[in-house]
Design a protein around this ligand. Sequence first.
Ligand code: ZN
Length: 334
Amino acid sequence: MDPFISNPKVDLHLHAESVARIDRLVAEREGRRPYDWEAWHRRLIEFPSGTARLERMNGELDVDRFGAMDTDSEMFLARVEAALEGAAVSGAVLAEIRFGMETVLRPRFMELFREAEGRVRSIHPRFYGEALISLWPSRTGADEVFEACLREAEHGLAGIDFLPVPYVEEADWTVAHGWASAFRDAGLGITAHAGEFSPANISSALGTPGLTRIGHGIHGLDRPDLVETVVASGVVLECCVTSNVLLGAVPSLDDHPLRRLAAAGILVTLNTDCPVRFSTDLAVEYRAGMDLGFSDDELRELTKVAVGASFTSEDRKRKIRKWIEDNVPESDTR
Ligand SMILES: [Zn+2]
């Protein structure tokens, strides 16, 4: 069987992409073409890598118009369902969606999320979805979000993603570390964006109470002392190969350090980051992993690492592992 099909997959790093998702849904309703992300990629790569590209993540879409449409619960439900459905269709047994921090303040957030998940599970019963909130303490309104995340932990919110400001340089993590203790004590999993374009923020991320994963982290390889610390910590990197190429975190796919990270003893996983805006899906990312030298069995191991590192419940992990065991037999050619 095609290894990309036979491999069950997990997406631990998947942004909700509200504006891009709403554009797709509205385009379908209006009978027009959605925004052309492939054309945007060609313009994007003319900007310097890093911040200049991150600032253009929504292309020329009317963020205010689509943002206003998102207050409608049906729209929210439809876009979350589309994101989960996309993961399930590309072979995911589990996907964690990270939402912008204001999302946690919307009425019935987790209830609507579970409703969207239920719709997808009715067609793909092997699939589970979880929700994370991306935040940073210095952002306006973050105090209210902090309280809301603690409350939503009781309603099934799975985790927190710290998104440091500044991002490419070192940020001040003092408040984030305090918040992380409270999140951890509330049972939330903790990850953080760090080390995408430079080694910045990796050390502080590793010092975060309860943190078990880092989004990207690939530039940890720039510093041997960091490699040692990451290995010793057992922290799992959420690698996003297509994203790294398009945003210029690496010069090209061939230069991606996924293999070198694994060889150094760092636990890596494959994820989509922003599947709509980067025109990718999990199958594409696993194929990239194969192009970078990972065998079918190694990709399967990588999925197991992702299941273990997920912020979903132990009960769901057991069910996912059992599904993989029952449905995707181990290769006998190893
Ligand atoms: Zn990300």
